[in-house]
Design a protein around this ligand. Structure first.
Ligand code: ZN
Length: 221
């Protein structure tokens, strides 16, 4: 079944699934764990709509392309067009929901591309590269600078981050993105991953949550 955005209560969200705009190294601790310098401005890349799949119920990994890493991230669903550096209120008004995304990454492929100075696209944009949870409504979150995100695998806590530790906070990140290209209803912004990334294996049981907002279970098929 093809992916469609929905709220946690099961209501379908009738936006087309758009592009998934991602930011690399938005938490200093994560940049450090991969021996990457902290960028001086947001490092953007895009996953196409074909990368989106439902997180709940399980997802498959690409086969024979090396290690596949999880990166749990706060996902922001855009509900109104944004362009040319909107102000905080306009951005807040355009946010339809918050959820969790896994920015799946072919880490070995990415390392080879990075060594050559090439774009990472094929390591990040494959079909199924972005399992997405249902969303809590945008107004369920009061303080965008205090959203937790957690991932446990097989009962072990692997990632435990908070938006307060982002190098570029959510509103500023969306402003930066929409200063470079338009965001449309149905687009999703992935806001970067905290430290603790690692490889997934088939059969892994995952619990991802935005503490106090939403919690989802999934597994690697
Ligand atoms: Zn990421």
């Amino acid at each position: 079944m093809s992916y469609q955005h929905q709220y946690v209560d099961g209501t379908r969200i009738h936006f087309p699934v758009g592009k998934l705009v991602c930011v690399g190294r938005n938490y200093a601790e994560h940049a450090k764990e991969l021996n990457n310098p902290v960028p001086s401005e947001p490092l953007l890349f895009i996953k196409p709509a074909t990368a989106a799949v439902a997180l709940e119920g399980g997802f498959a990994l690409p086969q024979e392309r090396g290690s596949v890493h999880y990166e749990a991230e706060i996902a922001v669903l855009i509900g109104k067009p944004l362009s040319t550096r909107p102000n905080d209120e306009e951005i807040r008004d355009a946010i339809s929901g918050f959820g969790v995304a896994l920015d799946l990454t072919l880490r070995d492929v990415q390392s080879r591309l990075k060594d050559k100075g090439h774009p990472w696209e094929i390591a990040k944009a494959f079909d199924g590269a972005c399992p997405l949870s249902p969303f809590v409504p945008g107004d369920a979150v009061e303080d965008l600078a205090d959203i937790g995100v957690r991932l446990s695998i097989n009962g072990e806590l692997r990632q435990d981050g908070n938006s307060r530790d982002m190098l570029t906070p959510i509103l500023e990140l969306i402003r930066y993105i929409s200063g470079h290209f338009s965001l449309q209803p149905g687009d999703v912004v992935l806001t970067g991953t905290p430290a603790g990334v690692g490889a997934l294996a088939s059969g892994d049981h995952l619990v991802v949550e935005l503490p106090e907002l939403c919690r989802f279970e999934s597994r690697v098929l």
